[in-house]
Write a protein that binds this ligand. Structure first.
Ligand code: BGC
Ligand code: BGC
Length: 615
């Protein structure tokens, strides 16, 4: 018996819904069925094709925004696509998907919550549910009914650029958080909520360094223009990133045995299926010598069979292309393995034609097509889109004061105090508080990746409050605050200084790094400001524990701030003691690169163990 077998609990099928699906299936042509199994990126869909082919879904990838990027334009864009789907012969509404992984994060003006790594630290299940519900509302106000979240990855190697998408390194905790997130998105009844996509099935967090098949420096020189990687907008910097480790682990090989896979990586899927999850996204990674997208055993036998998953499986972006060099072979393999919808994203006609041909030749059985479409239509009926294809949630909820207050609460609760030698809390009336570091006054840096753009970006990319602004609001006019981005304070001497350091924004394999030390310039800044004060507190804004052992002993206070999002005032809430610190470390914080991946022993104690966090 495995833990997943014990926990399997699925939503029973509803006879009335199944009968409705039967009726639809009877009327649909093969072309219309394959159309439902197709998800196209919004810039690639040609005018008229949604209705012509009965396309099942349109998506925004990271940074797939309308111009100008406003909530109103989002709504007009999404509703425009939906209206076109109603013009198709069958009139089956499409559902629009987007990665709203920490709020409706592509949309300028939306509330950006802490990334999952911070929510894990906060450890408040009810809060996670509320955040997901608020995210769903902001999405629905713009017509988006499908969220490619939550990631339930178990990040085991912190060099992985997706480490921050994980809640914890404890499978039980991931399950609990993910279940709450799914409850919040669905909102009790799928007709008034958002469809979660639990991802990436399965074992994405177990991939090993150097096993990624995505791209190497040599390949990049040859390809130059990969349309997917171009969306990262890193330009000429791509080569530099590849040299420091980009795409070494993401989309790699998870070399673990089945027992480990079941024990450590499957439980969050069982937990979220039990909450009514009707969509799961398959992982780019490989297991057992196969790309997950071709893993019939895990997709069909285990997930749909043993675990009773009644919803539909969507591929990851362009993932089918990775299964085999020959596209026909790839399509046949993945549909037969159990994929129900393909996130194409660009050349959808090639996919539609290939799958049509494969069914014609009998390489993909009609029963498989009917099963895939049944799962998609069942979900759409459960979502109520046939009755209400267009949402009426008011636009005003996007970035509302109420949601921002919730995000601030999450920020406050996620702050994890790892060291305090008489340095915290700060006094509000302290004469001369020195604050240093670019990260202290930069909304983009505090949000991290998956914010407005796929990779995120520095600066005022969306309305929010920086940490410095939050501090200024709290202390009012009385205290004298001196801020310098680089921590150049001459020979000033004060009681307390606060330095904020951290990583630059990144997403996916673009954030894989061979070395997790801070840039030398930031370490130098810490050393410089050390001389200006009696008590030095350093906050690290990062998507993962980084290596701090070369300077951590020299500071009096240390806070892991994770990637808090737009509401930087939640930081001041704990700095000045208005609220107690609450965050708890859910990851092992390594002392050296030799302690990575998790479980590797260099003979020393880790810097901090899970459970650390001064209250
Ligand atoms: C998209 C992202 C997507 C990525 C896939 C990008 O072009 O914008 O949303 O995750 O491709 O690797
Ligand atoms: C990512 C997914 C994401 C998808 C759509 C992929 O590259 O791996 O997490 O949902 O793109 O943006």
């Amino acid at each position: 018996m495995t833990p997943t077998q014990n926990e399997v609990k699925t939503t029973p099928l509803d006879a009335e819904i199944e009968a409705r699906v039967d009726t639809l299936l009877e009327q649909m042509t093969l072309g219309e069925k394959i159309g439902q199994m197709t998800q196209v990126e919004k810039n690639s869909i040609k005018k008229g094709d949604i209705a012509k082919y009965g396309i099942g879904s349109i998506l925004s990838g990271g940074g797939g925004n309308p111009e100008p990027n406003t909530p109103q334009n989002w709504r007009d864009m999404v509703n425009g696509f939906i209206e076109e789907s109603l013009e198709s012969r069958m009139g089956i509404p499409l559902i629009y998907g987007s990665d709203c992984v920490h709020g409706h994060n592509n949309c300028v003006g939306a509330t950006i919550f802490p990334h999952n790594v911070g929510l894990g630290a906060a450890g408040d299940v009810e809060l996670v549910e509320k955040i997901a519900a608020a995210t769903a509302q902001e999405m629905m106000a713009t017509g988006v009914r499908w969220n490619f979240a939550p990631a339930v990855s178990l990040p085991l190697d912190l060099r992985w650029g997706r480490s921050y998408e994980g809640f914890s390194q404890d499978p039980a905790m991931i399950s609990e958080m993910a279940a709450a997130y799914v409850r919040g998105l669905i909102g009790g009844d799928m007709t008034t909520g958002v469809l979660p996509s639990v991802k990436h099935f399965v074992g994405d967090g177990a991939a090993s360094w150097g096993s990624s098949t995505r791209i190497t420096a040599e390949q990049w020189e040859m390809i130059e223009n990969d349309p997917t990687l171009a969306n990262a907008k890193v330009g000429e910097h791509m080569m530099d990133l590849l040299k420091i480790g980009a795409w070494q682990i993401d989309q790699g090989v998870s070399d673990i045995d089945e027992e480990t896979l079941r024990r450590e990586h499957l439980p969050p899927y069982a937990a979220t299926i039990a909450e009514g999850t009707m969509n799961i996204m398959v992982s780019y990674s490989s297991w057992g010598g196969l790309k997950m997208h071709a893993q019939k055993y895990l997709l069909t036998d285990v997930l749909k069979g043993e675990m009773g998953f009644n919803g539909f499986l969507v591929t990851d972006w362009e993932a089918i292309d990775q299964i085999d060099e020959d596209f026909y072979t790839a399509v046949v393999a993945c549909i037969n393995a159990g994929i129900d919808m393909n996130m194409v994203p660009f050349d959808y006609m090639r996919y539609i034609n290939t799958l049509t041909e494969a069914v014609g030749k009998g390489d993909v059985p009609m029963s498989r097509i009917n099963d895939a479409v049944r799962r998609i239509l069942r979900t759409k009926i459960m979502m109520g889109v046939f009755e209400n294809p267009i949402c009426d949630t008011p636009l005003l909820v996007v970035g509302s004061a109420e949601h921002r207050a919730l995000a601030r609460e999450a920020v406050r609760k996620s702050m994890t105090c790892l060291k305090n030698e008489g340095a915290l809390p700060f006094a509000k009336d302290s004469a001369g508080l020195l604050i240093a570091g670019e990260h202290a006054d930069n909304v983009g840096l505090q949000c991290g990746g998956w914010t407005i753009e796929w990779m995120g970006g520095p600066g005022a990319i969306t309305p929010g409050t920086t940490i410095l602004e939050g501090i200024r609001d709290q202390v009012g006019e009385t205290a004298e605050i001196v801020y310098d981005e680089n921590g150049n304070f001459g020979d000033v001497k004060v009681e307390t200084a606060f330095v904020v350091v951290g990583e630059e924004p990144y997403a996916e394999g673009m954030g894989d790094r061979s070395d997790l030390h801070l840039p030398q310039s930031q370490v130098d800044m810490i050393r410089r400001v050390r001389k200006n004060c009696n008590k030095l507190v350093v906050m690290v804004l990062s998507g993962r524990p980084i290596i701090i052992s070369d300077w951590a002993d020299d500071v009096d206070g240390l806070i892991a701030g994770w990637l808090p999002g737009t509401e930087g005032d939640g930081v001041a809430d704990v700095l000045f003691g208005d609220h107690d610190f609450n965050g708890v470390l859910r990851y092992t914080w390594p002392r050296s690169m030799e302690q990575i991946p998790l479980g590797t022993d260099d003979g020393q104690e880790p810097q901090f163990l899970p459970g650390a966090g001064l209250k």
